[in-house]
Design a protein around this ligand. Sequence first.
Ligand SMILES: [Zn+2]
Length: 331
Amino acid sequence: MKLYQNDVKLKHLKATLDRTYFPKELDNKEIIERRWKQTERALKKAQPHIQALYRSLRDDIISLLKEIDFDYSKLSQNVPDRVKRIVNERKKKWKNPYLLYLATTHNWTYRSVLKLLICSLYASKYEEIKEISQDVFVISAVDTYSQSVADRRIKDAVLLSLATILSFAVMPVIQNTYDEYLDSLLISQVDEMESFILISQMNVSIDENSLLKVLIKQSHRILYVNEDKYSGGLEDAVRVVSNSAYTYDTKPDQQVRFVAEMDEKTTRMCRSLNNQIFYTNKENVFKRYSAQNNAIIEVKCNGLVQGLNMPPISDHFHWCRSTLTYQITVL
Ligand SMILES: [Zn+2]
């Protein structure tokens, strides 16, 4: 399921860094295109893999209901020993913290066992989602970091470690790590599926098409690509990874310029930040639009602060393709 193997990624990075590639000056539109080309390609490549995982949950859930012989009339009855054995056998392989928590707190009613086993199905898919996401982060970071090295004319750049790349993966606005985001998403998606099953069974049986619809909708919380529109948690996180990789390991007096994608959908926040110049490590004093205050406000911050002067920009979170560049002159 992996999009790329780790050694391939590292070889690719080494090859990119070895090339003494000095880009020509670009206009803002070209800067944005160059910044996101590989990242968005990786997102496009990841989407069918993530959807396939959610699609396969449909069959897993249907066969689970058959296996434990679940129906709505049994909700508060205890499961037979046969089902207890199924649970105890599967439990040995479980590692997800929430799943382990459920495993220690559940009782043996059908309702409780149903939730536990549904959660185990989701948890195994989430393991794979984490791997796919990690691949997207690595592809994106390797690409934007090599852009950064080329733009700064650095010849002896260090390789980014996987740990460094993963440390970039925080969620805009909530500032939790992406893995923490997935952990809480798992809890809400398991709850949602539990309710869906109970409500469907109350009305006799589960309609497999509606079940699939619920699952596909759930997959969009991770990633949704529709032509050139991207959304979902993975998309939000990879923009942070990408901009962090681009501005990683800079000199104390390094400056960057904010580049917004200017079209009819550009937010007032990003419009007000467009072409402003910031230090990556020193204090910045600047003016930007704040949606919360509905006014231009003066901001002081140290270096780059994600959401404030480092994209993706928050304060009315939006689909944000803004980025930063070392090319200070505007073409
Ligand atoms: Zn924006």
